[in-house]
Design a protein around this ligand. Structure first.
Ligand code: FAD
Length: 204
């Protein structure tokens, strides 16, 4: 099994990076092969557009999905997209580590989804990428009670299934760390241990 880990947070000392490192250490300790994409570190561009397939012959109106299909057929994707797609090709499992921002992905991660999980590669009639397993590990601003936790769950289920359900991947149970900025150091340390257990239970 090979696991590819995406981390979308600008600060190396953040709790998101601590969760990411927990995953790295858990897989290494179990001799599982891993790959990583630290999206801020590689300064991944979030903006999908014409530059993604620079030689796409535009005849009339530009269409992103058509340009993506053409790029995969003609090996014309911009280098950062090619690199990310080849990392995915060799992975069996994808883990996305990110903070919930405006009930959604940070823009840099949304851009990775737009630009890497493309038509003709990850979905569509002639898609080339095999089906994988995927897991989200998300931090939030905080849920005060069970009702709020249910609300978060519905929102996160939507984010999950609208992307990876749509492209037919197996969506593993997400790990959600609520209110990480409000909690004590001790609670956060327990969250890291719980995440390790979550990975072991669902993947090892
Ligand atoms: P950090 O601030 O990096 O970390 C939290 C604490 O953990 C810090 O004290 C840090 O020092 C400590 N820490 C770091 N490493 C460790 C370690 N190894 N062990 C123990 N402690 C450690 N929330 C919502 O719920 N819904 C929203 O829609 C939403 N929208 C947002 C939009 C924006 C633009 C922003 C900026 C925030 C939003 N939030 C929202 C809140 C956001 O989800 C939280 O700020 C985020 O999840 C916190 O995660 P972090 O990694 O940035 O925390």
């Amino acid at each position: 099994m090979k696991v590819h880990l995406i981390i979308a947070h600008p600060e190396n000392n953040s709790f998101n990076h601590a969760l990411h490192q927990t995953a790295v250490q858990t897989f290494e300790a179990n001799e599982i092969s891993i790959g990583e994409s630290d999206l801020y570190h590689i300064n991944f561009s979030a903006v999908a557009g014409k530059k993604d397939s620079p030689n796409f012959p535009v005849d009339g109106t530009f269409q992103l999905a058509a340009a993506q299909r053409w790029a995969i057929e003609n090996d014309d994707f911009e280098t950062s997209i090619k690199i990310e797609q080849s990392k995915l090709d060799s992975a069996d499992v994808l883990i996305l580590q990110f903070p919930l921002w405006w009930w959604s992905f940070p823009a840099i991660l949304k851009g990775w989804i737009d630009r890497v999980l493309t038509s003709g590669f990850a979905y569509g009639e002639k898609s080339r990428l095999g089906k994988k397993k995927v897991m989200y590990s998300i931090t939030t601003g905080g849920a005060e009670n069970e009702d709020e936790r249910d609300y978060y769950k519905r929102k996160i289920d939507g984010l999950y299934h609208d992307v990876f359900g749509f492209i037919g991947w197996e969506c593993l149970p997400p790990f959600i760390a609520h209110g990480v900025q409000r909690e004590t150091e001790k609670v956060r340390e327990t969250m890291l241990l719980n995440y390790r257990q979550h990975l072991i239970k669902n993947l090892l």
